[in-house]
Design a protein around this ligand. Structure first.
Ligand code: PEP
Ligand code: MG
Length: 754
């Protein structure tokens, strides 16, 4: 059973369009369950469930038979959201007869819902003429099948709504979550890691002769590589093993894979996509075979596939042209992918993986680039070159938008520009409430470009400089001197204001390309201070570079990430003192900078007093603290809805940290994304936070809200929300207050009803 399940899902996965996927499902499930009928009904327009594919019923019924929820047995499966298993279907009161199906021959009926993201997408049905109830095993098999297929069908459905570039494409909407607010209207450019067979963007080719020649050139290059490899290994391999190289060479021939790809190119498909399609199909065929030896051959096909693809893509890389309004789309966008697009051309981002708190989203917010994360059903490989709208407020992506929709969004973008212009006037005004309570607003930085943006928006200091960003954009660790130069630039740009530099915080979703950390559970693994304490050479070089860079400016503070115990803090302090004393001995005129810890792990919340007693300041990292308190992976789109920064448990922790920090007389700030949410900023001010540090884009919005209220109002609001029991209630109460104060438009400037 498990083998059947796996091979059916694999085959369906490889189908590149919905009709193919459905045809595979009905034929393979029918065979695996040895029934006479298997059919799939899918939700169509008007919410009716339409027969989309069948084996066993009359083909003319496809597209004709449709049932509303509650109507007929299929409709009953939909409303119950549970299997319906009947020995004698006809005698059931809900049974409805459709003559075009010819189903009077079939007595027993088993229908299970196909559910994706809590929504019934369709119904999978098996029937047979013999009057007997399908047994428990059958039911369990079909339920498992349907659960596995739901995501694949949703994806194939989404792909089905897209037609080839150049034809009259239909507008399609894909939901994700907001990564960075704002609207972007542009043309998509799909990025994928090289040699990823499943991520090759679909492109048409105009010059077929040139494409065929290019393909042959790449095949020849791989042939040469394989021959070289064969010669190098000749001595070490036996005859059988050497035969593998000949098999590889044969596979590339026109009579084999090469020929199939050539045919696709002749139809106008670009070589990399045509190649990946053929390889995936063959890989799947092998993977689904019963014979273990043949199944293993899937690995060979994949390996060969990657080798050729690397050549096909490599030659395309250097000439990558980015349109003026590039919307970068990828399965999993990374900071370095953003770095490759010229800054003036990048207007929007869409990532299939990840959520609003992934680091790439944080970077996008800092850069002010509208972003949608977790667009899990987006058929991204089919998106290259398409016109796209990114709605970073709602977390939605539109492909091939209609004229009307473009007009609508252009108006919104214009209104947004006006709003930003209006906020510019606040730059030189202090961040204080109507009753003159001062709350310093600082910025989070990482890129050099952040400096200008931050100063333009009137930042009064840097609460978090993410040193990993310059590390991420390189292909090796930067040397101590290279680091010193980068840090000096930051410190000079903001002097005399404070710059809080956090020591290297890698791990989790921040992997350095040259220092990979492979873990099953990276957010609970080797992250932040755990990595650098294990590598004192990296830590010491960084601390030395920071302290040297601050010479004569003295506006540096050092911040330690992911501290979960006092001993980690003590070990870090020992290394910092060591670096400092080394520098003094070497003759540098430097001072020991103030030291702080991030409170971003629940253990640190409960030890905030002990930690505060040993440092100069605390800074709450609410991004991680929320994920760890709520046990919700900040990077996982599936649980993005459960990542609630306004969860009462988070609010209580935030209040406790500030209270405990103050008992020790240290300053307590917050540098998680929550600080940049104007509604949250009101609560944080009332809790007593001494400084809020946020992305530069949000700073003027927060300032304008703080300037529109008085401290007492904020305290009353806090008192009220601390009694509420869930995040939605908290959010609603804050929104209501913003509305009453008349500053709601600053927070969410535009109600978009597209
Ligand atoms: C945080 O966790 O809140 C934080 C500021 O650090 P980062 O987002 O870089 O993990
Ligand atoms: Mg963090």
């Amino acid at each position: 059973m498990l083998n059947s399940l796996r091979s059916i899902v694999q085959e369906v996965n490889a189908a590149r369009d919905l009709p193919k996927a459905l045809a595979i499902i009905v034929s393979r499930v029918k065979r695996a369950m040895q029934t006479q009928v298997c059919s799939v009904y899918l939700r169509g327009p008007n919410d009716e469930f339409v027969l989309m594919a069948t084996e066993g019923l009359q083909q003319q019924a496809v597209g004709q038979v449709r049932m509303a929820p509650g109507q007929g047995l299929v409709g009953r499966v939909v409303t119950r959201e549970e299997p319906v298993n009947l020995e004698d279907a006809e005698s059931h009161p809900a049974y409805q007869y459709f003559p075009e199906t010819g189903e009077e021959r079939f007595s027993s009926f088993l229908g299970v819902p196909i559910i994706h993201h809590r929504q019934v997408l369709g119904v999978l049905v098996v029937q047979q003429s013999e009057r007997r109830r399908f047994d428990e095993g059958d039911e369990a098999f079909l339920v498992t099948m349907s659960a596995q297929l739901a995501g694949v069908i949703a994806h194939a459905e989404a792909t089905g709504t897209m037609v080839a570039v150049g034809a009259a494409a239909e507008q399609a909407r894909f939901a994700g979550v907001s990564g960075a607010p704002g609207i972007a209207i542009g043309e998509s450019v799909v990025v994928a890691p090289l040699a990823d067979l499943k991520g090759v963007p679909y492109q048409q080719c105009d010059d077929i002769a040139a494409e065929l020649e290019f393909f042959q050139r790449c095949l020849n290059a791989v042939r040469d590589d394989i021959r070289d490899l064969g010669t190098q290994l000749e001595e070490r391999l036996n005859r059988e093993e050497r035969a593998l190289f000949d098999a590889y060479l044969a596979m590339l021939d026109d009579a084999a894979l090469g020929g199939e790809v050539t045919a696709k190119i002749r139809e106008g498909t670009c070589a990399p996509y045509a190649w990946s399609e053929v390889i995936l199909e063959h890989e799947n065929n092998f993977a689904g075979m019963h014979d273990a030896y043949l199944r293993e051959r899937a690995t060979d096909v994949r390996d060969l596939g990657r080798r050729v693809l690397a050549y096909l893509q490599e030659s395309n890389q250097s000439c990558k042209i980015y349109p003026d309004n590039t919307i970068l789309i990828g399965d999993e966008l990374t900071a370095s992918m953003l770095g490759e697009v010229p800054e003036d051309k990048l207007v929007g981002l869409v990532s299939v993986q990840g959520s609003g708190n992934s680091h790439v989203a944080i970077l996008a917010r800092a850069m002010g680039i509208p972003t949608v994360m977790g667009a899990v059903d987006l058929p991204y490989t089919r998106m290259d070159g398409r016109p796209v709208i990114v709605d970073g407020y709602k977390g939605a992506v539109y492909s091939d938008p209609s004229k009307q929709l473009r007009k609508h969004y252009r108006a919104i973008a214009e209104e947004e520009r006006e709003l930003v212009k209006g906020l510019e006037a606040l730059k030189d005004l202090p961040c204080e409430t109507l009753d003159k309570y001062r709350l310093p607003l600082w910025v989070n930085t990482g890129l050099m470009a952040d400096v200008v943006r931050s100063l333009e928006r009137g930042a009064e200091g840097v609460g978090l400089y993410r040193t990993e960003v310059p590390f991420l954009l390189r292909d090796r660790f930067p040397s101590e001197e290279e680091q010193r130069i980068i840090y000096r630039e930051q410190l000079e740009a903001f002097a005399p204001h404070t710059v809080t530099m956090r020591t290297l915080d890698i791990g989790g979703d921040k992997a350095l390309p040259y220092f990979p950390i492979e873990e099953d559970n990276p957010f609970l693994g080797w992250r932040g201070i755990r990595v650098t304490l294990d590598h004192p050479e990296i830590f010491l070089a960084q601390i030395r570079a920071m302290i040297k860079a601050s010479s004569g400016l003295d506006n540096l503070r050092i911040l330690l990430p992911m501290i979960s115990s006092v001993s980690e803090l003590e070990q870090s302090k020992a290394l910092i003192y060591r670096a400092y004393h080394e520098l003094l001995e070497e003759g540098y005129e430097v001072h020991l900078p103030p030291l702080g810890v991030m409170i971003e792990v629940p253990a640190a919340v409960y030890q905030a007093r002990e930690l505060a007693a040993r440092v100069d300041f605390l800074s709450v990292g609410s991004n991680d603290l929320t994920q760890y308190l709520l046990a919700v992976d900040r990077n996982n789109a599936r649980v993005a809805g459960q990542y609630q920064a306004f969860h009462p448990a988070v609010l209580r922790a935030l209040q406790q940290v500030v209270n405990d920090g103050h008992t020790q007389g240290v300053s307590v700030g917050i540098c998680g994304e929550l600080a940049g949410d104007p509604g949250a900023a009101i609560l944080l001010m009332a809790m007593g936070y001494d400084v809020l540090s946020m992305n530069a884009t949000n700073l003027p919005k927060v300032k304008s809200v703080i300037r529109a209220i008085n401290l007492e109002q904020a305290e009353v609001l806090l008192e009220e929300v601390m009694h509420l029991v869930d995040a939605e209630q908290v959010r609603a109460r804050i929104d209501q207050m913003l509305l009453e104060t008349g500053v709601n438009r600053v927070v969410r400037p535009l109600e978009i009803d597209a």
